[in-house]
Design a protein around this ligand. Structure first.
Ligand code: PLP
Length: 456
């Protein structure tokens, strides 16, 4: 029987799923106890599940469906490309038209001096590429000892052995013996949780200067690069203090190290700019891209590489690549996605309508008794739970207890928000409107009410 065409009841789909499908970042016991929600369709900002519920997706899938669901143009682009050339590789002096066109388009959209892309199928793969790129860069310049990459605690850069090591997620490191060698972590700029009595500005400088101290401790001759998300996403939408990035940039300019900006979430419009680095005035040497590049309609990622790095890498063989580097169907879909973002002026929509509407909606929760911080920037938002609004303190219950209750209340109220510890986060499609924000306020308000009633 073809499950795709025979509409099985939800319970049966859940049973088969639990029996045969191993889920990412989900405990088996959790699945067995609660079952999965089976998503069957999506349009715009709304998902439909197998029971017919209409769910507001405030996470754009996994921070990726920038243009919203249901755009036939991308389906048509994929179908055309599959008929013409479904696959060919880009190894050994071969290329194809979609990858040539997408490379050119990215060079046009990215700030100077970004004119080169090394493609992958995901953000994790792209960050693995970055580890090799920066080490190869220094080796080619006759400085092979420059191998260490400095990252940050609570960063997320992917889930492969390399990218999971770059990330600073303790629960991920605890499994599988991570991090791999020559990756170290400094502290994150999370003022609400870790800033104690300091002002955000003082704290931002303090945390940025840890980079300088770490370079000194390791010896500059051993450090290849610093990697960071301009705004930490999976760590909890942590918007750094204003002093943080200028100080990081100053340190990177003064020291002989490369700067990698992980733009997997921010790239392609989430801050209202094409790249988060542009929002913060950062000048990285490499930018990781994925997610919004194809709005999640096809798997694709990559490393945008600045001219000076690409030139050095190009002097010798780069012994690296993936079967799906520059997959023609993904490239064709990405091109169509970028055309829509550009021609429909989605960045203008974000700046003039969607981000202000989201900010107003997020701020409307600021007075809620559970909420200690309500913040947004562009199309990212966070609501921090606290037992005491007057002090920035966590709950006594194990971290994440209240967040989990809230996430389940969101499920019941047909809204997708994610919890990171006791912080609820949103990252909706860029096409969000004021009407969507009204639905958000109503459903999230109910979910918060239910959470408060349980947490009290
Ligand atoms: N980098 C960042 C900042 C991310 O948020 C993610 C995924 O959430 C990744 C890298 C990994 O991307 P992928 O899941 O496509 O491998």
């Amino acid at each position: 029987m073809n499950i795709l065409t025979n509409h099985l009841p939800t319970a049966e789909l859940q049973r088969i799923d639990a029996a045969h499908h191993m889920h990412p970042f989900t405990g088996g016991a959790e699945l067995a106890a609660k079952g999965t929600r089976v998503i069957t369709r999506a349009d715009g900002v709304m998902l439909t599940d197998s029971d017919g519920h209409e769910i507001l997706d405030m996470m754009a899938g996994l921070w990726c469906v920038n243009i919203g669901y249901g755009r036939d143009e991308l389906a048509d682009a994929a179908s055309r490309q599959m008929r013409e050339l479904p696959y060919y590789n880009t190894f050994f002096q071969t290329s194809h038209v979609p990858v040539i066109a997408l490379s050119q388009k990215l060079a046009e959209l990215a700030p100077e001096p970004f004119n080169n892309t090394f493609f992958a199928a995901s953000g994790s793969e792209a960050n693995d590429t970055n580890i090799r790129l920066v080490r190869q860069y220094w080796a080619a310049l006759g400085k092979p000892s420059k191998k260490v990459i400095i990252s940050r605690t609570n960063a997320y850069h992917g889930s492969s052995m390399g990218s999971g090591s770059l990330g600073g997620m303790a629960h991920m490191h605890a499994q599988g013996g991570l991090p791999i060698e020559n990756i170290v972590h400094i502290d994150q700029p999370h003022w609400w949780a870790e800033g104690a009595e300091m002002s955000p500005e003082e704290f931002g400088l303090l945390r940025a200067r840890q980079l300088e101290q770490e370079i000194d401790a390791l010896g500059e001759e051993n450090v290849a690069a610093f990697i960071a998300e301009p705004i930490q996403g999976a760590g909890g939408v942590i918007i750094p203090p204003e002093t943080y990035w200028p100080e990081i940039q100053r340190i990177c300019d003064a020291r002989e190290i490369l700067l990698i900006a992980d733009e997997v979430i921010l790239g392609f419009g989430r801050t209202g700019k094409w790249f988060g680095s542009e929002y913060y005035g950062i000048r990285p040497d490499i930018m990781t891209i994925a997610k919004g590049l194809s709005s999640g309609y096809a798997p694709i990622g990559g490393s945008l590489v600045s001219d000076h790095v690409a030139e050095v890498i190009g002097r010798s063989d780069f012994n690296h690549g993936y079967t799906y580097s520059g997959h023609p169907v993904s490239c064709a879909v990405a091109l169509e996605n970028l055309r829509i973002i550009e021609e429909e002026n989605l960045l203008g929509h974000v700046n003039d309508h969607a981000a202000p509407a989201l900010a107003k909606a997020i701020e409307s929760f600021a007075d809620h008794p559970l909420i200690g911080e309500a913040r947004s920037l562009g199309m990212l938002g966070a609501l921090q739970f606290t037992p005491d609004k007057s002090r920035r303190v966590p709950f006594k219950a194990p971290k994440g207890t209240i967040g989990q209750i809230a996430r389940e209340a969101c499920f019941r109220n047909n809204i997708v928000m994610r919890h990171v510890g006791d912080r609820m986060i949103v990252s909706p499609p860029l096409i969000l409107t004021e009407e969507h924000c009204e639905i958000f306020k109503e459903r999230a308000g109910k979910a918060l009410g239910e959470t408060y009633a349980t947490a009290k």
